[in-house]
Structures are given as structure tokens and as C-alpha cells.
Design a protein around this ligand. Sequence first.
Ligand SMILES: [Fe+2]
Ligand SMILES: [Fe+2]
Length: 472
Amino acid sequence: MAGIDYSERIPNNVSLADNRRLQRALEEWHPKFLDWWMQMGPDGFQAKDVYLRTAVSVDAQGWAQFDYVKMPEYRWGLFLAEPEAGRTIGFGDHLGAPAWQDVPGEYRGVLRRLIVTQGDTEPASVEQQRHLGRTCPSLYDLRNLFQINVEEGRHLWAMVYLLDAYFGRDGREESEALLQRRSGDRDKPRILGAFNEKTPDWLSYLMFTYFTDRDGKYQLASLAESGFDPLSRTCRFMLTEEAHHLFVGETGIGRVVQRTCELMREGKTDDVRRLGGIDLETLQRYINFHYSVSLDLFGSEISTNAANFYTMGLKGRFEESKKRDDHRLKDSTYSINELDGDRITAREAPALPSLNERLRDDYIADCQRGLDRWNQVIKKHEIGVELRLPHRGFHRAIGLFAEVKVAPDGRVLSEAEWDARKHEWLPTETDQAHVASLMQPVTEIARFASWIAPPARGVNGRPVDFEYVRLA
Ligand SMILES: [Fe+2]
Ligand SMILES: [Fe+2]
């Protein structure tokens, strides 16, 4: 592939032009990535012009350049946030030592696993969302979907960069494997559970971007604290892109809520299904589902791995540097749940193995903020319903609560009670069939599907009726 100018083809701030070994690794990987993208990326639309932002540098002018691009020609770049001069490790046994610019030999395996686990989620979500373009509720939403898809692709590149640049041969093998696993595949599934679930419709997708991408935000934020500086800088830059994905989820669900309330008021009925809307009860059940599977992504309440990642200086807490404690946590405790017969109680546990639970707590508080905003919309329409996050023990498959059935209000239930009532709390076949029936493509400029309100504003200062994807 001689003659390709890699700084043009692959915008980067990692001195790719001077790094022959990395160039060679990427030259080999790039065509395989494109094969994967054509096979598993957005179904259809690959030849269409999409109004996308591309990062071409990390400064304010370069990180978001907007133009029409055909997705396979998207320039997936490699970017690290600017280095912090004299950065030191902020927690764990190596607290205060200079941040590592190379992989610390003794942690090589663990670090590689952390990077692979994060990297695996990126292509997984693209695979989960690949059919959605065909049923988009508007061109604006279609464009946002593709923006997220190409950026998840770039996040894969970001992790592959770390593997190729710092882990030699086994890094290259892991890079290949990231393109071989498939979301939901029985033989070679993606690593984490939520990334093997289906994203069958746009409501699930909006819920996914609100709840599951938000897990990504918390994982990335903890890795951004890492003592391994290239990982820290990579994740810091990824977080700027992740913010948009969360925005799509939060405003997307907000627009569904808005539309539902409008239909309830106009039709003077709670039964908005026959008006082409999604009723609040169904929205609540989708929230319950996506929130609970996303909670599982944080792992068990008590985890030796989490303790080790921290002690080793590889993965910190959310906003570690803002916390005022000893950043070692050997003598501190943290409050976690415990089961006492059919009661859920709390106990103080050693802080280090409780780090998953602490991150989950940060995540839960963040999730609640969106619900507060959606509830504002409902209130403004003078409708007496509130959307709620279910209890953290509800519908869990990992950790303490995997052993019991818990109602959304936190009561521990018998199997029989759970079976009798779960249809009230989780999306039913009827809900899913109704949502599926609404998934009719709307691709005329400025038009929106019946179940979702238009956004308050367009993308990058463009009007809402801008031609975000050229389908003609
Ligand atoms: Fe991502
Ligand atoms: Fe994301």
C-alpha cells in the first residue's frame, strides 16, 4: 500500500508518519476494518452523503469538522488528549510516581485485558445498531445514528492504536480478534452481556445511548485516570465524543416523552398507542430494562479485580483527582448492599473491592438527572405521572442481586410473585410489537415520525429541516 499518505488518510496526533512499525500494523489492519465495516456497519446508506463531523486534530477548530461524507470514506483518526507535563500517577501503590509512558511489564496482561474489554464494546454497538437506518424517524435522527456509528468505529481505532503501538504481537492478535467477535453470536460473542442484546428498534436505541453509552462514559472516565499515560490521554479524547452519544439518548427520549404528552393532551387520553405514540407505561418498562442491564456492566459489588486495577494504578475512580482522601483506600470502607433474608440492608465493606459499586453509584446519580428532565416535560403538560429508575436490585444478572428477584420498589419477591408481575415491569411482547409497528421510515426533509417530537435545534447551527442525509 505504498504511496498512501497516512497523515491525510488517518488524521492523527500520534506521529504516525514517524512510526514505521505502527504504520505497518495499521496498514494490515485497515482493510480488515473496512471489510468489517461493510459487513457489519450500517446496513444500506454506505454510498450516501451524510453530514458528519470528523476529528482532524484535538484543538477547538479541528476536533469537529462538519461536511458531507460517505461513511466508508470517513477518516477514522488516532487522537490523544494533549499531554500534561509532569503528570504523576494519582492513586494506588504507585501514587506520586511519574505516569508510565510505556506499558509497565508486571501489569502487561491486565492492562491488555482492560483495553480489549473496552475496545470490544465499540464495534459491538455498531453491530447492534446496523439495521436501524432502514426505519429512521427522520433524517436528523438518521444522521445522528451514523455519527455515533462512525465514532464508535473511531473508538475501536483508539483501542487498536494502543494495542498495536504498545503490545507488540499479542496486541496485533487482539486487534484482529476485535474484528472477529460478533454481537449476539453464539460461538464468538462480544465480551460483555449488554453488548450481545438486540437493539431491535429506535426506542431501544435511544435507551441504549442514554443508559449503556453512559456506562461507557464512566468506564472511560476511570480509565482516563490511569497511570498508563497513553491510555489516559486516549480516553480523555474519547470522552469528548461520548458526550454527543449521551446527548442523543437524553434528548431523544425527551422528544419521545414530549410527543407522548402532546398526544395525551390533544387526544384527551392516556391511550396514545392508537394515535401513533408510545405510552408512558411502555417507556417506563423500557427504562427498567435498559437501566438494569446497564447496571450489570459495572460488575459485582465485591470485586478483587476492581481492587487490583486500582492498587496497580491502572483504573481510578470517577473524578479521582477531585477527591480529597489518601487515594490508596487501604483503610477506608464503603457502603454496599447486603441481603438479609428477604430484606435488602447495607453494610460497610472494605473500600478497595467495593470500587465497582462506587462507580455504579456515580452512574446511578447521573442517570437520575435525565429522568428529572423528562419528568419536567411531563409536568409541564400537567400530567400526573413520574418516570422512575427502578431499584438497583431489579432484574439483575450479575452480583448480589442475581440471586433474588427484586421489584422496582426494592421489595424482594418470591419466584411466583415475580413471574406473576414481571410483565408490569419489563417490556412485553405487546409493547415490543407496538413499538415495532411504529418503526416506519420517515425520510422527507423536516418530517418526523408520529412517536417523536422534532429536536429543539439542528446540528452544528444548521436548521432542523436541513438535508442531513442525501438519499437521492
Ligand atoms: Fe464508544
Ligand atoms: Fe458511545
